[in-house]
Design a protein around this ligand. Structure first.
Ligand code: URA
Length: 237
């Protein structure tokens, strides 16, 4: 279910603000009835008309991108930096699901399907996100256990469901750690490592649930298959 003004705007006939005006002015019908209530929720099945003409529904698109370093995870950037949207060839109004930092690389999903995005983001869907972090220093078992037992961020406890030390380089005093989390808090992985005393030097998201980076080089992307989209919808609570 999505807000009526958002669906009207997504069909390309107006901005969201103009869509709100159209609703307030009684120009919008849902299933033949005038709706003046802003924020009314509609689904795929509802028939929406503006000025007595049915709106064209935007076709849903789903992408998996291997985000390179030095690209912002937004739809537009006031500093004119390259955004993840610039990397994908489409006219659909897609947006990123969650965020990877400017210097973080790896798996990022983009779509114009709000419901799909919500399922991926919602902790109840229990979709694990797996990262590989290069840390300054060498982590010990005790610190790994702390990450698994839970760490307080923004007043809530977040836990890594899996932490695995992959590689130790004693010459440069650094290590590679694989970590799986289920939430998507801002800078979550970096903050979790910082809270046990480590700075993250490099960070890559290797997997989001069933989606890994197989066959995708940095900057490359692919469309999700209808079967993959269905798998995510099956996780809806
Ligand atoms: N956690 C971080 O700290 N940064 C990211 O980009 C993603 C997760």
């Amino acid at each position: 279910m999505e807000r009526l003004q958002k669906v009207i705007a997504a069909s390309g006939i107006s901005s969201r603000r103009k869509a709100e005006e159209l609703i307030l002015n009684g120009k919008v019908k849902v299933n033949g009835e005038v709706i003046r209530e802003l924020g009314t929720k509609v689904s795929e099945k509802d028939r929406i008309e503006v000025n007595n003409k049915p709106i064209e529904k935007e076709v849903k698109e789903y992408y998996l991108l291997n985000k390179p370093r030095g690209v912002v995870t937004t739809t537009s950037d006031d500093k004119q930096r390259k955004t993840v949207i610039d990397l994908i060839q489409t006219t659909a109004r897609i947006y990123p699901v969650g965020r990877l930092d400017y210097d973080t690389t790896g798996a990022l999903i983009l779509t114009n399907d709000g419901e799909f995005a919500n399922i991926i983001m919602h902790p109840a869907s229990e979709i694990g996100k797996t990262y590989v972090a290069k840390l300054k220093g060498i982590i010990k078992g005790e610190q790994i256990n702390k990450l698994k037992d839970g760490i307080e961020l923004d007043g809530v406890i977040v836990k890594a469901s899996r932490v695995k030390l992959k590689k130790v380089d004693s010459k440069t005093s650094s290590c590679m750690v694989e970590i799986t989390i289920h939430e998507g808090k801002n800078h979550q992985v970096k903050r979790m490592f910082e809270s046990v005393g480590f700075l993250v030097d490099k960070l890559k998201r290797e997997r989001i649930g069933i989606f890994d980076l197989k066959n995708l080089q940095s900057g490359e992307y692919r469309k999700l298959t209808p079967k993959e989209v269905a798998v995510i919808y099956s996780l809806k609570k």
